[in-house]
Write a protein that binds this ligand. Structure first.
Ligand code: SAH
Length: 461
């Protein structure tokens, strides 16, 4: 069908927003033709300028609001909204939670064909600000001074930023202080275009439970000018610092961390707790960025696993063993699998740190290692998966279907791939019993959920 596009670039039109996309843009329909407009909220009437008119859909810019949604709130900081990943900052927290919960319901029905599955009300935060325990901030130069903050969208221009509303104050303070010290010491910023200069990124990570701070200075050069003075000043001005790490990234790349890491001062790791489990976190390890909600999420995963102490559990995509060690407290044995070797080193160290002896960890692709275990006669009673955004590999899902663990607990950071994978498991003999959305990333469009899946024969027994 060759539909006529009802709008043209640079047109000004009046619209009513009907919906939100998964990345938080308003959706208006002009004679059925969808127009995506950042910042528009369902129910709002607005004047919009057409920026782009493709064949099947277009993009617009919000010019004037005639009527506000009850969910619209005044934005405190436009920098974090525009550049800092806080795409939902203009929506009240109630509205954000509703949006995410709806999104989970909608994709489960649309992609997973799971219209009747029980989706619980989303678990949100009491205070949805200042929750991030980590920042990694690009450094640049403006008018002879160091600046650090966000990249402007689709560009490499840095906007100097004093604070991010979603970072823990200690993390904001650490970044600002290190920026100031480097400015005073005249340490030059890295220049992307010429690939010259020194300081590329400042990273800070904070153990919320322990109050331990890690500062990572990422440079192009193997040496940092005024290194000793830099360390001395950081220690003097940031009393919570327990670890100062230097990472060298000499490549022309967008990847933040380079290969060489050495400790300049203090410990190689900082510690933090999720629930009662203690974690050592090194500069390069993945660690959940919202520790309060991580506890909520893992407790739900543990509840869904419903362990009695007799089970063998596999934790696929285990990272540094966070979920595995939670499960190990209630299971006979836990096997964790993860693709990043350093994370597995951390996982083993974390097991030791907590005196947990019934957890074993292996490096490799979940979709290769778990089928191999199964062929060798090692099956699991309960399987937990926590894959990256692209979801589980098909080969892993097929192995689950053959292995028939009684229960599968699926922790997901992308409702669309969750829904896709649940459909595959349903067709392979499983039933999705319930789904619990958890808001791990307030103010952003990211949406986390955990699903409880059981063998149909078990569900009916
Ligand atoms: N469960 C952990 C980590 C979840 S993030 C936690 O809650 O902290 C997803 C993890 O999957 C990452 O650590 C990533 O390195 C790992 N990963 C990605 N692809 C993988 C694969 N094919 N096999 C195993 N692990 C993989």
């Amino acid at each position: 069908m060759n539909r006529i596009v009802p709008v043209q670039k640079n047109d000004y039109i009046d619209v009513v927003f009907e919906d939100l996309t998964h990345d938080g843009a308003g959706v208006a329909k002009v004679d059925g033709y969808p127009l995506f407009v950042p910042n528009g909220l369902p129910g709002e009437k607005a004047k919009v300028k057409v920026i782009k008119a493709n064949k099947g859909y277009g993009f617009g810019r919000l010019m004037e609001l005639y009527e506000n949604s009850p969910y619209r709130v005044e934005i405190e900081s436009s920098d974090t909204h525009k550049y800092g990943g806080c795409q939902l900052e203009h929506i009240s927290y109630d509205g954000q939670l509703k949006f995410k919960e709806n999104q989970v319901r909608q994709v489960l029905a649309r992609i997973g064909k799971l219209e009747d599955v029980l989706v619980h009300p989303i678990l949100g935060m009491e205070n949805p600000w200042h929750y991030r325990n980590k920042a990694q901030v690009p450094v640049g130069e403006k008018d002879g001074k160091l600046i650090a903050g966000f990249f402007k969208q689709r560009s490499h221009e840095i906007v100097d930023t004093d604070e991010s509303l979603i970072q823990i104050p200690e993390v904001n303070e650490a970044v600002q202080t290190v920026k100031e010290i480097c400015n005073e010491l005249g340490i030059p910023a890295y220049q992307e275009e010429s690939h010259k200069g020194v300081l590329r990124h400042i990273m800070a990570r904070y153990g919320k439970k322990t109050g331990e701070l890690m500062v990572v200075v990422i440079t192009r050069t193997a040496d940092i000018p005024q290194k000793n003075k830099l360390v001395e000043e950081i220690v003097a001005r940031l009393p919570k610092v327990k670890s100062i790490v230097h990472n060298v990234n000499s490549k022309r790349t967008n990847v933040i961390l380079g290969e060489k890491t050495n400790v300049l001062w203090g410990n190689e790791v900082i510690y933090d707790y999720i629930g009662d489990v203690k974690f050592a976190i090194s500069a390069l390890s993945f660690y959940q960025i919202n520790p309060d909600q991580t506890k909520v999420l893992y407790e739900k995963a543990l509840e869904y696993a419903d362990l009695n102490g007799e089970e063998t559990v596999i934790d696929a995509y285990c990272g540094i063993g966070t979920i595995s060690l939670f499960l190990a407290q209630k299971a006979r044995k836990v096997f964790g699998v993860e693709i990043v070797p350093e994370a597995i080193e951390d996982a083993k160290r974390n097991a030791e740190l907590n005196g947990i002896t019934n957890a074993e960890f292996a490096v490799g692709e979940a979709e290769a290692v778990i089928p191999k275990w199964y062929k060798e006669g090692n099956a699991a009673d309960v399987l937990v998966v926590d894959p990256p955004r692209k979801g589980c590999d098909e080969a892993l899902l097929q192995t689950i279907i053959e292995m028939k663990p009684k229960k599968v607990v699926y922790v997901s950071c992308n409702p669309a791939t969750l829904a896709r994978d649940l459909r595959i498991l349903e067709d392979g003999g499983y039933k999705t019993v319930e789904v619990q959305p958890v808001d791990m990333f307030p103010q952003t469009t990211h949406c986390e959920a955990v699903a409880k899946i059981v063998l149909k024969e078990e569900a009916e027994a």
